[in-house]
Design a protein around this ligand. Structure first.
Ligand code: LER
Ligand code: MN
Length: 278
């Protein structure tokens, strides 16, 4: 397995001004970082690729849709803009050297219209991903669709639905990002749910039940690691949490208090626990 850390712990917009963090991240045992990609025009793909190559690290990309875009919108114009945007994101991820781009790529985080998902929304998501299949293949990247808890989306909450969606899309480069934080809220038995992802499991976000340091709370880590071992999972275990007071990003993740001594402790203490458990 490879160990990663999402740079959301430090910033919402990782770029050259943050490259001095890389030696410290590497020294703490990480194989790579996960970098946010929201708007391809703001993303410093070539610089990131170069900086990581110089230090001998890799990256994955985490992407969320900007507020005006949605793959499941009833408006065909919005959907086609979203498909085009996601295609650009897949290319930018490949340019940064990433093999995985992951996140809740169906509607913006926090979009809650106050009703259940509709059959049309489901079909729009599947169609959108099917249109994007050739872009994924051409760029050699895999997209990992992330179910989120009910307070962040109504569209995809459970592992079971994520498996159904990937089955319907039916493309080898489309799989699941499974996040311990969301699964802890939505699944009756998170470890058993993880086991049902099978060949679709492409990426894992590790985070404690309060978004704090892995190992410090009540996530069923024993069960999660037993399932990963049974599945022979050899992908990334990426620690994901968020800075405690970095404006919009902390607010988007509903971080209203300190979850550890420092945000960085979540990564640098958390990795010790994950490595000892893996
Ligand atoms: C959001 O809650 C999340 O888990 C991230 O992976 C994507 O923003
Ligand atoms: Mn996540």
């Amino acid at each position: 397995m490879k160990f990663g850390v999402n740079t959301f712990l430090w910033t919402g917009n990782f770029g050259p001004e943050h490259f001095d963090l890389l030696p410290k991240i590497k020294a703490n045992g990480f194989d790579g970082i996960e970098v946010a990609l929201i708007r391809p025009t703001d993303f410093k793909a070539a610089e990131i690729r170069k900086a990581l190559a110089q230090i001998g690290m890799e990256c994955t990309v985490c992407s969320v849709l900007p507020g005006e875009l949605s793959l499941i919108s009833p408006d065909a114009g919005v959907r086609s803009k979203t498909v085009a945007h996601m295609g650009e994101c897949f290319k930018a991820a490949a340019e940064a050297g990433a093999k995985l781009i992951a996140g809740p790529l169906y509607s913006p985080v926090g979009y809650l219209p106050g009703r259940r998902r509709t059959a049309d929304e489901w079909k729009n998501a599947a169609d959108g991903y099917q249109q994007l299949g050739p872009v994924l293949t051409a760029n050699g990247v895999t997209v990992c669709i992330e179910p989120l808890n009910r307070f962040e989306t109504y569209f995809l909450n459970t592992t079971e639905d994520a498996v159904k969606l990937c089955t319907e899309i039916g493309h080898a480069n489309v799989g699941i990002l499974w996040d311990t934080f969301h699964a802890n809220i939505e699944e009756k038995d998170p470890a058993a749910a993880l086991g049902t992802t099978g060949r679709f499991l492409k990426h894992v976000h590790t985070c404690e039940n309060d978004r704090g340091t892995p190992g410090s709370g009540h996530v069923d880590w024993k069960g999660v690691f037993a399932t990963l071992r049974t599945m022979k999972y050899d992908g990334w275990l990426t620690i994901e949490s968020f800075g405690f007071a970095i404006g919009e990003l902390s607010a988007a993740a509903s971080i209203w208090r300190d979850l550890a001594r420092t945000p960085e402790d979540i990564a640098f203490e958390g990795i010790k626990f994950l490595k000892a458990s893996a």
